[in-house]
Design a protein around this ligand. Structure first.
Ligand SMILES: [Fe+2]
Length: 441
């Protein structure tokens, strides 16, 4: 090879392998932390009737954070009356991101009360957000459920979350069944999620549960370095440090909401056992009428090639024993729900627990009809609006275009499994007028 040929060859190698990498390194961060707060998140606390958890991010130029909060007022002059609370501010370094995260749990609030708050410091402040604290057990509950977002956070998911917010602007919570982003350690993707959800993240208390994509890909993969800094979640889970803020519960108006970490349960036997023991305890000592549990991997799968018997073996007996009402899951990028054909452990009856799998983002897998399903579908972005009023849980699943896709009601019956009412045309109306005439399944 001549000198010139060698040179040409080297240039070609550089063009193929080195230059694109160099260019990638030079790509400016699309979501850089700035002096003004961003990624403002409202999370549930152990008692959302008297407290709120708020987290946000700034550049390293802002090393302190304040929350100003007060009951809502239409008079702008009233904002001088807001109470000031200093947050815990911590430096954050991850790959090429340097930032400050600020977090705080504000306590001693009044139940069922509308508040307004803003976050910031010095001359850098967010806008004022309206929020509402939870009420007392028996008050009507409303919450939003999102299956995997994961892909399309900035493109096709915003239309989904905006519709959910538009239809339920004062939801008590918004639940995420994991795989909220595609690569948990990729700051850009979290930037896209916060772009996509914008102020909704700051107004509806979030209940996020992690999926496998919030973990690095290695066998001993760790939870995303961004998870704990950017959420402030109840630390009432198992004592294990690595399960903190991923396994937790909160009680809202007579419903216990529980997040499990199915990824750790699948990967690490002792993390499965500790969650199982913890779950047994929080279900045993549960004063609430209703219980909803969210985690990523499905107990019954939609996908042809997927199955999670370890979930059925370890957790389903507890769901049956304590008559858990609703299990919300993700992972399979399709839709299915089932109850009528799922057996109760050691019982002659079918399950009183409804199992749901859904998807909110734009990544889709093929759906499959399986025996356990009451309904199934696919290739449709979805969101769920759920209400609980007295003895009736009402579930409505909408498509990204706002069409009603599925709905049912669960009727609480003391000491017995729930009754399922399928909301086929006409059935809901019959239910309203002739409660006792609706046949048991
Ligand atoms: Fe997943």
């Amino acid at each position: 090879m001549t000198f010139f040929s060698k040179q040409k060859c080297m240039i070609t190698v550089m063009a193929i392998f080195i230059l694109p990498y160099a260019n990638a390194q030079q790509t400016p961060n699309p979501f850089p932390p700035l002096e003004n707060p961003d990624r403002i998140v409202l999370n549930v606390t152990e008692d959302p009737s008297t407290s709120v958890a708020i987290t946000w991010r700034t550049s390293t130029a802002v090393t302190k954070g304040i929350v100003e909060i007060m009951p809502v007022s239409a008079d702008p002059a009233d904002i001088v009356k807001a109470n000031k609370h200093e947050a815990v501010s911590s430096p954050f370094q991850h790959n090429d991101i340097s930032a400050y995260y600020h977090s705080i749990v504000i306590k001693n609030l009044m139940p069922a009360t509308k508040y307004m708050y803003r976050v910031g410091y010095d001359k850098y402040w967010s806008e004022w957000f309206h929020i509402k604290t939870a009420g007392k057990p028996g008050d009507k509950i409303s919450f939003i459920y999102m299956g995997d977002v994961q892909v399309g956070m900035k493109t096709l998911w915003p239309r989904v979350v905006r519709q959910a917010f538009g239809k339920m602007p004062e939801a008590n919570a918004i639940m995420y069944a994991g795989d909220i982003v595609n690569r948990g350690d990729n700051d850009d993707e979290w930037g896209e999620l916060f772009y996509g959800g914008s102020f909704i993240h700051a107004m509806i208390p979030g209940i996020p549960s992690p999926g496998n994509h919030e973990y690095s890909k290695t066998k001993d993969g760790n939870l995303s370095a961004l998870w704990r800094p950017q959420f402030t979640l109840p630390e009432n889970g198992p004592a294990t440090e690595k399960l903190k803020e991923t396994v937790y519960f909160t009680d809202i108006q007579g419903m216990r909401f529980i997040s499990l970490n199915s990824n750790e349960a699948e990967e690490v036997p002792e993390d499965l056992i500790s969650q199982k023991l913890w779950l047994d305890s929080v279900l045993k000592h549960n004063p609430n009428k209703w219980t909803c549990i969210i985690f990523h991997h499905p107990v019954y799968s939609v996908s042809k090639s997927r199955d999670n018997p370890w979930l059925r073996d370890n957790f389903k007996p507890l769901f049956d024993k304590y008559k858990v009402d609703l299990i919300l899951q993700g992972h399979d990028h399709a839709y299915a729900r089932g109850m009528k054909k799922i057996p109760y452990e050691n019982g002659p009856e079918f399950s009183g627990t409804m199992y749901v799998i859904s998807v909110a983002g734009s990544k889709m897998y093929e759906e499959n009809k399986k025996d356990w399903m009451d309904k199934n579908g696919g290739h449709t972005q979805l969101y769920q609006l759920i209400t609980v009023d007295g003895d009736v849980l009402s579930y409505k699943c909408y498509t990204a275009t706002g069409a009603l896709y599925d709905s049912f009601e669960l009727i609480k019956r003391k000491g017995r499994r729930n009754k399922l009412v399928e909301n086929e045309p006409g059935v809901a109306a019959i239910w309203q007028n002739h409660l006792t005439n609706i046949k048991d399944y």
